[in-house]
Ligand binder design. Structure first.
Ligand SMILES: C[S@@+](CC[C@H](N)C(=O)[O-])C[C@H]1O[C@@H](n2cnc3c(N)ncnc32)[C@H](O)[C@@H]1O
Length: 237
């Protein structure tokens, strides 16, 4: 049996290979109120039209963050860099409600939120070369070997990200899972369209985007896991 037919057997046609786990979490009253009140102002609508983040945020530098969770890092970065426009993406309704609430509370004009799959968003709604960077902080680790194909950082997804991030733009990844860090290192250090920066330079490049601590990062630290940040720059070719 060929590899192609093997993977065709593993992934039936029409089956969406999700990089996220469905989490059944309760939406609080304040999150529900924010969803009701602010979706119109800050949520990017469904549809198939292209999303121009520069136009939405009136910022010349624009990034996408996939999987913002409860939005701690999104909020802190957006507050400290009001000239950077952010499209924050997640499928987790309580987090979306919370972030909408915080955006309104802090009077942030540089953040918009997309509810849905970040991969589909990149594929269908973000113009090529539109982004100055993409952030992926503590994505679902999918620790079981048979689930590794669900991880976001794969050569295929990094091809897609390279299409959407301009030459010289960045991809910033953080994880508390060592074997995911190893996998991402392998993908990024061998990928023809990305240059992985040495650790110190990676951190420097991320300045002043210094990454605030997130909820999942704190969980990893509490469990004694080491944190890895990788920053890669999109090559010109
Ligand atoms: C482990 S949590 C981390 C959340 C946050 N970044 C943090 O560090 O606390 C991963 C988040 O990514 C979201 N996610 C995973 N894959 C996604 C995808 N393809 N599109 C949108 N969100 C995704 C999940 O719903 C979840 O909220």
């Amino acid at each position: 049996m060929t590899n192609a037919s093997q993977s065709a057997r593993e992934i039936p046609e029409g089956f969406e290979l999700r990089t996220y786990k469905m989490r059944k979490s309760r939406v609080t009253a304040s999150q529900a109120a924010a969803l009701e009140k602010y979706s119109h102002d800050y949520l990017v609508g469904d549809g198939d039209s292209m999303v121009d983040i520069r136009d939405l945020t009136q910022c010349s530098t624009v990034v996408v963050e996939i999987g913002f969770g409860m939005g701690e890092a999104t909020l802190a970065l957006a507050e400290s860099q009001r000239d950077v426009g952010v499209l924050a993406v997640d499928v987790h309704t309580p987090g979306i409600g919370r972030l909408l609430h915080e955006i309104a509370e802090h009077g942030l004009t540089n953040v918009r939120v997309f509810e849905g799959n970040g991969v589909a968003l990149l594929e269908n709604r973000i113009p090529d070369g539109h982004l100055d960077g993409l952030r992926l902080f503590f994505p679902d680790p999918w620790p079981k070997a048979r689930h590794h194909k669900r991880r976001f950082v794969t050569t295929e997804h990094m091809n897609l990200v390279a299409l959407k991030v301009r030459a010289g733009g960045f991809f910033h990844f953080a994880t508390d899972w060592q074997d995911y860090a190893d996998q991402a290192f392998e993908v990024l250090s061998t990928h023809p369209r990305w240059t992985l920066l040495p650790p110190a330079q990676g951190v420097a490049f991320a300045q002043p985007n210094e990454r605030p601590r997130t909820r999942f990062e704190q969980r990893g630290i509490d469990a004694g896991r080491q944190i890895t940040d990788l920053v890669a720059v999109r090559k010109t070719l």
